[in-house]
Design a protein around this ligand. Sequence first.
Ligand code: F6P
Length: 341
Amino acid sequence: MRIGVLTSGGDCPGLNAVIRSVVHRAVVDHGDEVIGFHDGWKGLLECDYRKLDLDAVGGILARGGTILGSSRVQPAHLRDGVERAKGHVTDLGLDAIIPIGGEGTLKAANLLSEAGLPIVGVPKTIDNDIASTDVTFGFDTAVGVATEALDRLKTTAESHQRVLIVEVMGRHTGWIALHSGMAAGAHAIVVPERPFDIAELTEVVGRRFSDGKKFAIVVVAEGAKPREGSMEFNQGKTDIYGHERFAGVATQLSGELEQRLGKEARPVILGHVQRGGTPTAYDRVLATRFGWHAVEAAHRGEFGMMTALRGTDITMVPLAAAVETLKTVPAERYAEAQVVL
Ligand code: F6P
């Protein structure tokens, strides 16, 4: 079998573990040939790739990022993108393509699958918002980074008696905010699923000070927005690929809370540090299992499917169903955290 693998969209700790696992299972156990496309779909569209053998994946299990590079380019961005991809798959004699990516990548994978290409998707995102899988690798690492940052921020917030508003990633969902906020004992958590009321947030933080506490930590997901009419808010813009570029909710909240509370407030934007560096053991294991099962699915001819974690098992789910909706934080989870606005 000849398999093409690519990593597309925002990078994520664990991508290299999937690539390594695909190569180990395919080359060593099945005697397959594996090629890796550079920079995501761009590599497939431009026929830019390299052969991946055991040497190529040596020592990458614990390495962050992706040895193949990534981009947000998608076949749909080109008028002849789908046809071009199909042509290259035929020319290269590929029997299977394993794209590893998040929401946008999997939608592109589904499009190509519907156009007849032999696709087995592997979900990845630190945001943990892919439906049909309980967890995506990268999430555990990102939550760990954010939690460590929050623990550290508490001590400086306390020394200066400040309110720190810490912005974590999460475009559409508040999984990182919820988990890191719970793990670090944040005093308020603001998620995109639930537009916040600035008066309510002011009251929650203010109550802490009137109870005699000297500081407060608010965790906010980057995609969180105020309730209609709650406060003036700059909505941000879109980037060249039509992705939402946020205008800094933490910065806007910090200014507003400082004014309303008369307390020093500072925004802290964790940004891409959450995506960088070595994956946790949990993410390495999940990524390795996904890679192994993707190769097996390809050998069974199970295309148009995606690897997924259900409980402790890896199963295959239809790509079409997986990209239909995002996995948002269910309302029951807010109550458990007690501090979600
Ligand atoms: O999709 C993962 C993610 O980390 C989002 O949480 C974040 O909004 C986005 O990627 C940032 O992407 P970029 O690297 O293109 O700025």
